[in-house]
Design a protein around this ligand. Structure first.
Ligand code: ZN
Ligand code: ZN
Length: 378
C-alpha cells in the first residue's frame, strides 16, 4: 500500500491508503515520487470543472522522482534514474506525436491526475515512459527540474511561443499566478521591450515586477484595458497572453490587442466566451488556444543548466507530502498566503519506518528531523 491524494468528487479530497501502482503495459514505468506540487488545474478539478476526472482518481500531474521499475519495452530509463515526469503522456509514435502534438497523442495527452492516477502519491505509474519521462542531468536541482513538469513549458509553449513573442514587442500577461509568472520568465528569452502584467493581487504583481515585468497593473478597478491602451498610445499590445480562463480577462485581451497582434490563451475555460469579430476582423490578429505539449522540456533543461533560467524563483512554500491537505488549504488561499508554487516532499516512507521496541520514540525523532529539514529549506 501507499498514500495518495484521492479526488472524491467536487469539493472532496482524501489523503488515504491506496494500492501501490504496478506495471500494466511493457511501456510503463513505476516512479517513486520524490517531490510533487499543486497546480491551479487541481483546484479546477476540485471545483468540479473537469468532467473527465472521475472520483477515485489520484490527483497531480507534476513531479520528479526515482525510477522504481520499468516494463520490458522501456529503454530510455532504468531503475534508480532520477526523472522529470512530464504532465503530458505521449507515445512518441502516433501521427500527432510525430507533429509534436503530444497533448493530442492518440494514447496519451493529459492523463495524469485526470483520467489515470497522478503524482500526488508516493508512487505513480507512467505510461509510455520512454517519451513521457526526462532524465534529470546530474547535479541539477530537483526542484528546478520539477518546475519543468508543467508550468514552465506551459508558459513558454502555450503563452510565449504560440503568442510569437519577439524582441521589441509589447507583451501583456493577464494573470500572475504560477503559469503567468512562468510565461513572464519565458517571454524574456525573446527580449520583448515591455512586459505588462495584470492581476488583482498586489503581492503577485510585486513578484512579477521582481521577475522582470516592466509594468504591473492591478485590475481591481476594472480599468486595466484602458490603462494598457493609454500606456501604448492607443496602439494596444503585440501579444496578449491570457492565463486566467475567465470571460472578463478574455475580454481585456480582445480590447488591448493591437493590429497584427497575437492572443495566446492558456486559461482553462469551463464555459464559452464572446469573440468580438466585429472589432477584431480589421486588426489582422491571430488567436491561439492550446494545451502544453512539453516538447520544450529538453531545451529547458539546457537553459536551466546554463543558468539562463532559474525556475526556483517561483517556489514559495515547502510541505511534507503527508501535509498535503494543509498545502491545499494554503494554495487555495494563495493571495493571503502569498503562495506561488508549493513543493511537497515525499518523506512518507521515511516517517513510516518499521517500528522497533522504541518505535514511537524513533518516529517522533524522525518527524522532528524532517520538520527541521523542511524548515531550513523554506
Ligand atoms: Zn499543472
Ligand atoms: Zn502519440
Amino acid at each position: 500500500m501507499m498514500k495518495a491524494l484521492v479526488y472524491q468528487g467536487p469539493g472532496q479530497k482524501v489523503w488515504q491508503d491506496k494500492a501501490k501502482p504496478s506495471l500494466l503495459q511493457p511501456t510503463d514505468a513505476i516512479v517513486r515520487v520524490t517531490k510533487t506540487t499543486l497546480c491551479g488545474t487541481d483546484l479546477a478539478i476540485l471545483r468540479g470543472g473537469v468532467a473527465t476526472c472521475l472520483p477515485g482518481t489520484t490527483l497531480g500531474h507534476e513531479g520528479v522522482g526515482i525510477i522504481e521499475e520499468v516494463g520490458s519495452a522501456v529503454s530510455s530509463v532504468k531503475p534508480g534514474d532520477a526523472v522529470i515526469i512530464s504532465c503530458i503522456t505521449s507515445c512518441g509514435r502516433c501521427d500527432y506525436c510525430h507533429r509534436g502534438l503530444y497533448s493530442n497523442c492518440v494514447d496519451g495527452g493529459w492523463l495524469l491526475g485526470n483520467t489515470i492516477d497522478g503524482t500526488q502519491a508516493e508512487y505513480v505509474r507512467i505510461p509510455h515512459a520512454d517519451n513521457s519521462l526526462h532524465l534529470i542531468p546530474p547535479g541539477m536541482d530537483d526542484e528546478a527540474a520539477l518546475m519543468l513538469s508543467d508550468i514552465i513549458p506551459t508558459g513558454l509553449e502555450v503563452g510565449v511561443m504560440n503568442g510569437e513573442v519577439k524582441f521589441g514587442d509589447t507583451v501583456a500577461i493577464l494573470g500572475a499566478g504560477p503559469v503567468g509568472l512562468a510565461a513572464l520568465l519565458a517571454a524574456q528569452f525573446y527580449s520583448p521591450a515591455e512586459i505588462i502584467v495584470i492581476d488583482l493581487d498586489d503581492n503577485r504583481l510585486a513578484k512579477a515586477k521582481a521577475l522582470g515585468a516592466t509594468i504591473t497593473i492591478n485590475n481591481q478597478d476594472g480599468q486595466a484595458a484602458q490603462k494598457v491602451l493609454d500606456l501604448t498610445h492607443g496602439r494596444g499590445v503585440d501579444v496578449a497572453i491570457e492565463v486566467v480562463g475567465h470571460p472578463a480577462t478574455c475580454e481585456v485581451c480582445q480590447n488591448i490587442i493591437g493590429a497584427g497582434g497575437h492572443i495566446a490563451d492558456i486559461g482553462i475555460y469551463s464555459k464559452g466566451v464572446e469573440l468580438h469579430k466585429e472589432i477584431l476582423w480589421t486588426k489582422n490578429i491571430t488567436i491561439r488556444l492550446g494545451t502544453v505539449n512539453t516538447t520544450t522540456i529538453p531545451l529547458l533543461l539546457r537553459t536551466v543548466q546554463s543558468g539562463k533560467l532559474d525556475p526556483k524563483q517561483l517556489i514559495t512554500h515547502h510541505f511534507s507530502l503527508n501535509d498535503i491537505i494543509h498545502a491545499y488549504d494554503v494554495f487555495s488561499n494563495a493571495a493571503e498566503e502569498q503562495a506561488i508554487k508549493l513543493i511537497l516532499v515525499n518523506d512518507v516512507s521515511c516517517v513510516a519506518t518499521p517500528k522497533s521496541a522504541n518505535g514511537s520514540v524513533q518516529d517522533a525523532m524522525i518527524k522532528q528531523i524532517v520538520a527541521q529539514v523542511l524548515k531550513e529549506m523554506v
